[in-house]
Write a protein that binds this ligand. Structure first.
Ligand SMILES: [Zn+2]
Length: 297
């Protein structure tokens, strides 16, 4: 489907209130695909590649299963070069992706069901051809200038792509899927706040007029600002719940308590996110930890 003269997309609904968009940028010289969706989207994603062909570059916003799910099929059909900003082993080795992402352990038992759920989103590993970072620019047409922005938060090495002439920001999960029944979490709360403020500044100074994010419909300026506010509100809610649950308890107790307070499933994403939040609050001297027990300072 076509969004405008040079942006094409396809979309599925992952769960109520959580869509997944995959975008392609059609240039005169070549085209670019941003993320590859989930394995179940194989047919529409390959159709999208055909619509804009030739796709020569695939840019990965971050190495989560729902953004790299058709990597293998896209690689086989287009022969495109793959670019990512980090966490390359999660793209190149899906078994390691599962082990490190889903952190099976004492409080997070592994299960065939969980394994199928996560690994079943991806069709196979691909080799990442080059690492990208802030400032790297792609020009698929003389009038299309797509510049990489480092957007740490949801994932540490997350990136977005700002098309400078249309003032369009393409990105992954900096705007969270807040409607998900689990915590759509973060790897740095501090970094996340900086990233959201940075994007808001770009909206204010006119550099960004539209945001095309993976789990949101296309957002014009006002809607983008509202989505940013919702993400900041989520960060505040998590921080407050963690502080109020820190009643001299072990981490797994705090984790369960916060999940219950904010009505989210007990699973690995929330576990990893809350570990980060606790660490940062200890660094900020709002929480302390002694003999494995976490308490307010
Ligand atoms: Zn993600």
């Amino acid at each position: 489907m076509k969004l405008d003269s040079f942006i094409h997309f396809t979309k599925v609904d992952l769960m109520p209130g959580v869509p997944l968009y995959v975008y392609a940028i059609k240039g005169k010289d070549y085209s670019i695909l941003i993320d590859t969706g989930i394995k179940a989207m194989k047919a529409p994603v390959l159709d999208l590649c055909n619509e804009v062909k030739p796709v020569k570059n695939v840019l990965i916003t971050h190495a989560h299963a729902d953004h790299i799910g058709c990597n293998k099929s896209v690689k086989e059909m287009t022969g495109a070069q793959f670019f990512a900003a980090g966490a390359l082993p999660w793209i190149e080795d899906l078994e390691l992706h599962y082990r490190e992402f889903c952190i099976p352990g004492e409080h997070l038992p592994d299960s065939p069901q969980q394994r199928d759920e996560i690994t079943g989103l991806m069709d196979g590993a691909v080799h990442v051809d080059a690492v990208i970072s802030e400032g790297i620019t792609f020009r698929p047409s003389p009038e299309i200038e797509l510049t990489t922005l480092a957007l740490p938060g949801h994932k540490l090495e997350e990136v977005g792509f700002l098309e400078k002439n249309s003032h369009t920001l393409f990105m992954g999960d900096v705007l969270l899927a807040i409607a998900a029944p689990f915590f759509h979490g973060f790897q740095t709360a501090r970094g996340f706040r900086n990233t959201l403020n940075r994007i808001e500044d770009f909206i204010e100074d006119g550099s960004i007029k539209r945001i095309l994010a993976a789990h949101h419909p296309p957002l014009e300026k006002g809607q983008a600002k509202e989505a940013i506010r919702n993400s900041i509100h989520f960060l505040n809610e998590v921080e407050e719940a963690v502080i109020s649950s820190a009643n001299n308890v072990e981490f797994h107790v705090l984790w369960k308590d916060v999940c219950q307070k904010l009505n989210r499933q007990l699973e690995f994403r929330g576990y990893a996110m809350l570990e980060v939040q606790v660490e940062e609050l200890i660094e900020d001297k709002k929480l302390g930890k002694e003999n494995g027990k976490i308490f307010r300072v």
